[in-house]
Design a protein around this ligand. Structure first.
Ligand code: GDP
Ligand code: MG
Length: 387
């Protein structure tokens, strides 16, 4: 019995594909220690795990940590990267990181049904050559390409090929090949490729370093020197340099493998939502609207009504307990404690209801995934994730 991990950006269709592959055998649990949903199911005698959606394997959020740890520690026999084919470049940023993990990788281009409408053509053969991974094109929601995918999965499981690692600039590659030679790299836990480890050492990835024995003084001094030379050459910090190079690789592959038809003046929301200049003002505008609708509009109406209601209820209970001769301590607990306390909380419920309703609409239509991507690069320089 072999294990298959489904991974990919949020909203790329992992869960839809998971359901298409596993039928009704899927079951939902929780990952130990965190409130992140874990879905497991069976397909043709193999276990399939639906991992949380992530943008990057440099983990900042619990989901990213979990997905990275799962792939490194559990060593699934096959990683399936579910890609929203209409957003190839964004998805390849993650794919290139998955390729470094030294596990068999299969790229699934989902949302095939939308490609024609969006005027995009993808050369899957070329994509497969450039990434060194098989590529299958499907539509998870319509169920097209699922049989081909099942075949490709069986083939990948028996072949156990590994993906091509994306190459960085020569300047960085020279250091990587130097670092790989050091004896310290023998200490890396089983299943973690040396090249990946070398990159993590350049990035000074804390999660990785904490899983390793302390760095010998000499090697540490060498790494510090490498980082200083990178900073001097690129005028940026090592982690940001690697991130930037990864984006460049993704951009390069995407450019090479897809043809985008110039659409005839049709309004394309995506081009504005992820536009470098317009995205942030638009985001602020949308969030402003969300807050106005929930806190201003809904809250403005319901807060006074609920406040009056609980005020009235309180005074009624107070007069009632007064006529009944209830001890002031008890009526105080009832009126000023319970009624006023619960009332204060309940006055927020309509606003929160509206707020979460609007946020889940934004999440479902995929806007949140886009804005998280836009914010990711910026937030990462502050050590946070776009999410
Ligand atoms: P996840 O976040 O990766 O698990 O994504 P989901 O499986 O929840 O899917 C996100 C959205 O994409 C849902 O609204 C799906 O109905 C939709 N979706 C999934 N697959 C396809 C597809 O092949 N074509 C289209 N048009 N929509 C899809
Ligand atoms: Mg999902």
């Amino acid at each position: 019995m072999q294990t298959i991990a489904l991974i990919g950006n949020p909203n790329s269709g992992k869960t839809t594909l998971f359901n298409a592959l596993t039928g009704t055998s899927g079951y939902v649990g929780n990952w130990p220690g965190v409130t992140v949903e874990k879905k497991e199911g069976m397909m043709g005698g193999h276990i399939i795990v639906d991992l949380p959606g992530i943008y990057s394997l440099s983990p900042y959020s619990p989901e990213e940590k979990l997905s990275r740890r799962y792939i490194l520690d559990e060593q699934p026999d096959l990683i399936i990267d579910v890609i929203d084919a209409t957003n190839l470049e964004r998805s390849l940023y993650l794919a290139t990181q998955l390729a470094e993990l030294g596990r068999p990788l299969l790229l699934v281009l989902n949302m095939a049904d939308l490609l024609e409408k969006e005027g995009i053509k993808i050369d899957t053969k070329r994509l497969s050559q450039m990434t060194g991974s098989p590529v299958v094109i499907v539509s998870a929601s319509r169920g097209t390409g699922i049989d081909e995918l099942k075949e490709a999965i069986e083939q990948s499981l028996s072949e156990k090929h590994t993906a091509l690692c994306p190459l960085f600039s020569n300047f960085i590659e020279r250091y990587i090949s130097q670092i790989i030679k050091d004896d310290y790299l023998h200490a890396i836990p089983k299943g973690r490729p040396v090249r990946w480890a070398a990159i993590k050492l350049i990035e000074e990835d804390e999660l990785f370093l904490s899983s390793m024995p302390p760095l010998p003084e000499e090697f540490n001094a060498y790494l510090t020197k490498v980082r200083a030379e990178l900073v001097a050459h690129y005028d940026d910090d090592p982690e940001a340099i690697i991130i930037d190079q990864r984006y460049k690789v993704a951009e390069h592959i995407a450019k090479d493998c897809q043809i985008k038809k110039q659409k005839e003046k049709s309004f394309n929301f995506d081009s504005i939502a992820t536009n470098r200049i317009a995205a942030i003002p638009l985001f602020i505008l949308i969030m402003g609207a969300v807050f106005y609708l929930s806190i201003g509009l809904v809250g403005g109406y319901t807060t006074p009504i609920l406040e009056n209601l609980f005020g009235y209820l309180g005074s009624q209970v107070f007069t009632l307990s007064d006529t009944l001769g209830v001890h002031p301590l008890l009526s105080g607990i009832l009126v000023d404690g319970i009624i006023a306390g619960v009332g204060a909380v309940l006055t927020f419920v309509p606003q929160l209801f509206m707020l979460f309703l609007l946020l889940s609409i934004l999440e479902d239509c995929g806007y949140m995934a886009r804005i998280a991507f836009i914010m990711d690069r910026m937030m990462r320089t502050m050590g946070l994730s776009g999410k």
